[in-house]
Ligand binder design. Structure first.
Ligand code: NAD
Ligand code: ISE
Length: 340
């Protein structure tokens, strides 16, 4: 059976996801698109797909069985609530939403529905290198994890559109989520330090150094640099009681020439995580075809939102800001019902 999908938001990642749903993956067809910029939606629409005027009309359409949300973060809440009201599985790009209150409203709606419908776009969990790293930590041969060093560098970000809050409420959410997943732990407190500014970003608060205090006592340090110029560089190293486990360097052709011996670095997230995005959608298609969702959940999106909020408070206070989570609904403890 082919899953008929509607895509909301046809900007950078919306277009990339439409490409993979149309040209890379099987068992799925993009039958509908929408964007507040109608011309952009029309030019991104695959042959035969209908261009809808509003997200609400797309979500309610009988031809749409499942929805992919790639609009801006502040628009996600309303679109998620409409998908849940329609009982349709939905893949939502990160961030799930942009406030704690909004995350709680989405969680309440999904819990009232009674089964999972939402998968959040934390693609690192589907990356083969991160999965192997987690297998080593879980295997226990290195002893308990003590510290995790997470490096998140972007070559550049769109000037004017990417603001000083975004290293903490847009970019950090990936490091927060992967730390919780790798270490099987929750984040209890957040500190932020702001070093010398990178002049390439003009007034942008960049880089930032974040400390995530896990409930087990593990400390995660995160470097976020979003104007590092040389490429998209994602690193991770876990220090354990009797050894280290780290992400490998990405395989790349070794070039020797008058500049020395070197290997290319991915330009951006599209290139670095191309296989991870493919795999997150492979698994989403299977679950959505069964009317449900697996993988990163609304609970995980909620947790990342709390970290972003705490990090923004910590920048102002200069102190550790604690995180208090609500009781976890049983829905998010149940084992996954579908797998690729
Ligand atoms: P973008 O600005 O290129 O595209 C967003 C699109 O959504 C635009 O075309 C805009 O017109 C449309 N849009 C905004 N509000 C809308 C609404 N209410 N209804 C319909 N359309 C609406 O941004 P992007 O880089 O593609 O990011 C989109 C989302 O994906 C963001 O939440 C971002 O954080 C996330 N993202 C995730 C990753 C990842 O690695 N997982 C990478 C990039 C972006
Ligand atoms: C972007 O939205 C992403 O999600 C990328 O993965 C991240 O590296 C980048 O910093 C964000 O702006």
């Amino acid at each position: 059976m082919t899953l008929q999908v509607g895509v909301i938001g046809t900007g950078m990642i919306g277009q990339d996801h439409i490409r993979r749903l149309t040209k890379v993956l099987s068992g799925v067809q993009v039958v509908a698109v929408t964007d507040i910029d109608r011309a952009r939606a029309a030019s991104a629409a695959p042959e035969g797909a209908e261009v809808f005027d509003t997200p609400q009309a797309l979500i309610r359409s009988d031809k749409v069985q499942a929805v992919v949300i790639c609009s801006w973060g502040p628009a996600h809440e309303e679109q998620l609530l409409d998908c849940i009201a329609a009982g349709k599985p939905v893949f939502c790009e990160k961030p799930l939403v942009t406030s704690e209150a909004a995350a709680l409203r989405v969680m309440e709606a999904e819990t009232a529905h009674g089964s999972r419908l939402v998968q959040v776009g934390f693609m690192r969990r589907f990356d083969a290198d991160y999965r192997r790293l987690k297998a080593v930590i879980d295997g226990g041969s290195l002893g308990a994890p003590l510290m995790y060093h997470s490096t998140h560098r972007n070559a550049s970000v769109p000037e004017g559109l990417y603001t000083s809050e975004m290293p903490l409420n847009d970019t950090l959410v990936h490091d927060a989520d992967i730390s919780r997943w790798l270490l099987d732990d929750e984040i209890a407190g957040v500190e932020v330090r702001v070093p010398r500014r990178n002049s390439r970003g003009k007034e942008l608060r960049d880089p930032v150094m974040v400390l995530l205090h896990m409930t087990s006592g593990v400390i995660v340090d995160v470097e976020i640099s979003v104007n590092i110029a040389y490429g998209y560089d994602i690193r991770g190293e876990v220090s354990c009681e009797q050894g280290l486990a780290a992400l490998p360097n990405r395989p790349a052709v070794v070039i020797s020439d008058q500049h020395g011996i070197r290997q290319a670095i991915p330009e951006d997230w599209r290139e670095r995580f191309i296989e991870a995005y493919d795999q997150e959608f492979r698994e989403w298609i299977v679950a959505a075809g069964q009317g449900t969702a697996t993988g990163p959940s609304t609970w995980d999106g909620y947790a990342a939102t709390l970290v972003a909020d705490a990090a923004l408070r910590a920048v102002d206070s200069g102190k550790r800001e604690d995180i208090r989570m609500t009781r976890k609904p049983g829905l998010y403890d149940r084992p996954a019902q579908a797998a690729a």
